[in-house]
Design a protein around this ligand. Structure first.
Ligand code: BES
Ligand code: MN
Ligand code: ZN
Length: 509
């Protein structure tokens, strides 16, 4: 989808003029000739502007489009981000169903919790994603989407674009397109079934994305099993033992910041399929565990997007990748694993495998002397039990880091909610036999997972753990997201990185 602010080339009438109206909104048709405005406003139904209503009509020949689509938003044009995303997706679907490919779009909204620039970013990003679908495995008729929205021009007459220069608006469009493209890539990786997204495939995609960009400051290294053995990553190797497929460990580096500036390390859980291993999961919904690599995909997406945006930051992405499978060689409950750091853990449940591979990755992050370490993992069902589908779970001992991440999440609608990491919880992961145990009993499951990771977070760096199990994927179309992977965490992290840059810039003055 191409999005532009100004009409380029010869002015052809667009297929559709899409407007959103609040109840009693008199400016809604300001993009039309005055006599058309008057005629149409006389013809609108009584419900015009009411929440959830729509109204379609042909437009007179001197109008910029053939047909008008008007959608009601109810009381006000200030709406929640979720409502905006849902509206954009349903509009894109309706337009495509009706065969409309070129659109003039009025986006008059203000968004709750966001300032104008953040609101524009959000609307543009979700406009680009509004017609996302994953049809790679459909054949025949189902594969051929009948029409696709190809060209959208923002009327930019009202709402958040008021007073924004064309040049700035166009730069914002390009930036949003970059983030949307990263999100679409990450969604595609997540939605790809695990038979086609083995650890070596994931590593191959990461390498290809880096190679395609051919930038000096963007590099990737893939550790194979031998290299992982050399690093003594006992956790990753233990989880991998049940799988026929070898593990990988991808290191992707973007050095866009000052030379010598400590990097931010991003660590992502890359379990390409989580059967549970010997502690096998029930059959029902096990297929959803193809999404258990969304942490790793998110990390890849963030680093690529930061590079595409040219953010002046140093980033290291670290993604341990393996399947978690049961077999005669699989790791077993009661086993004791020795990690890269030298610490040991008793395996109480082989289905708590994410923390076991992340332990080595967090420890490996030390070698980059990072200032901050963030990890992303679909770590626990307990996080989903706690928060439903509305927010990820955040853990950090740093109030400042936690506050910054929560705020970035609010302003991108990648919402996240903090849970505690108190020492008292350490009791739960005590082992009779090893330094720690990889489960902590029935209660506080998301916290127990985070407590385990805390044991391996590099000292001297700020650390936060993002349990993205609640929001990384939805098993049905939900809140304006297509079925499947969402790309949650990318916009949040890019926002957090930009906030950090702005803070560093202002403290220098
Ligand atoms: N990948 C799962 C967590 C998960 C569950 C993500 C449901 C999304 C939806 C993780 O590896 C896991 O199995 N965790 C266990 C931990 C338990 C055995 C301590 C869980 O949450 O049940
Ligand atoms: Mn598991
Ligand atoms: Zn898992």
């Amino acid at each position: 989808m191409k999005v532009e602010i100004r009409e380029r080339g010869k002015k052809e009438r667009r297929h559709a003029y899409v407007v959103f109206a609040a109840k009693d909104d008199s400016n809604v048709l300001s993009g039309l000739p005055e006599d058309a405005q008057a005629a149409l406003m006389g013809a609108v139904p009584a419900s015009f502007g009411s929440d959830g209503t729509s109204f379609t009509t042909p437009l007179p020949s001197d109008s910029p489009a053939l047909r008008l689509y008007a959608f009601g938003t109810g009381k006000s044009l200030t709406i929640t981000p979720r409502k905006a995303r849902t509206l954009l997706r349903s509009v894109a679907k309706l337009l495509e169903k009706n065969g409309e490919t070129t659109v003039l779009l009025d986006l008059p909204f203000s968004l709750e919790r966001m300032n104008p620039a953040e609101g524009r970013e959000f609307l543009l990003r979700h406009l680009f994603l509004s017609n996302y679908s994953f049809t790679r495995y459909k054949t025949g008729e189902a594969k051929e989407k009948k029409t696709e929205l190809t060209s959208v021009r923002l009327s930019a007459l009202r709402g958040l674009w008021t007073g924004v220069s064309e040049k700035d608006a166009e730069r914002e469009v390009r930036d949003a397109e970059i983030v949307a493209a990263a999100s679409a890539l990450v969604r595609d990786l997540g939605n790809t079934p695990s038979n086609d997204l083995l650890p070596r495939h994931f590593a191959g995609h990461a390498a290809a994305e880096v190679k395609k960009r051919a930038r000096k400051n963007l590099t990737v290294t893939v550790l194979d099993k031998q290299a992982i053995e050399k690093e003594k990553m006992g956790g990753l190797l233990a989880v991998n033992r049940g799988a026929t497929e070898e593990p990988r460990f991808v290191v992707i580096q973007y050095m866009g910041g000052r030379k010598g500036q400590k990097p931010v390390a991003l660590v992502g859980k890359g379990v390409t399929f989580d059967s549970g291993g010997i502690s096998i999961k029930p059959a029902e919904k096990m297929g959803e565990m193809k999404w258990d690599m969304m942490g790793a995909a998110t990390v890849l997406g963030i680093v690529l997007a930061a590079s595409d945006l040219g953010l002046p930051v140093n980033l290291v992405g670290l993604t341990p990748l393996t399947e978690n499978m049961p077999s005669g060689s699989a790791y077993k409950p009661g086993d004791i694993v020795t990690f890269r750091s030298g610490k040991t853990a008793e395996i109480d449940n082989t289905d708590a495998e994410g923390r076991v591979i992340l332990a080595d990755a967090l420890d490996y992050a030390k070698t980059f002397n990072p200032e901050v370490v963030l990890d992303y993992a679909t770590l626990t069902g307990a996080a989903v039990v706690a928060l439903g589908f509305e927010a990820g779970a955040l853990f950090s001992e740093s109030d400042e880091l936690a506050a910054g991440i929560v705020s970035a999440g609010e302003r991108t609608d990648d919402r996240i909610w903090r849970l505690p990491l108190w020492d008292e919880y350490k009791e739960n992961i005590k082992s009779d036999w090893a330094d720690v145990k990889n489960t902590g009993g029935r209660w506080g499951g998301a916290i127990n997972g985070a407590m385990f990771l805390k044991e391996f977070a590099p000292e001297g760096a700020l650390w936060a753990h993002l349990d993205i199990a609640p929001t990384a994927n939805y098993d049905r179309e939900y809140a304006g997201y297509a079925t499947g992977a969402t790309g949650y965490g990318i916009a949040l992290t890019l926002r957090w990185l930009r906030d950090r840059l702005a803070l560093a810039g202002s403290s220098k003055n």
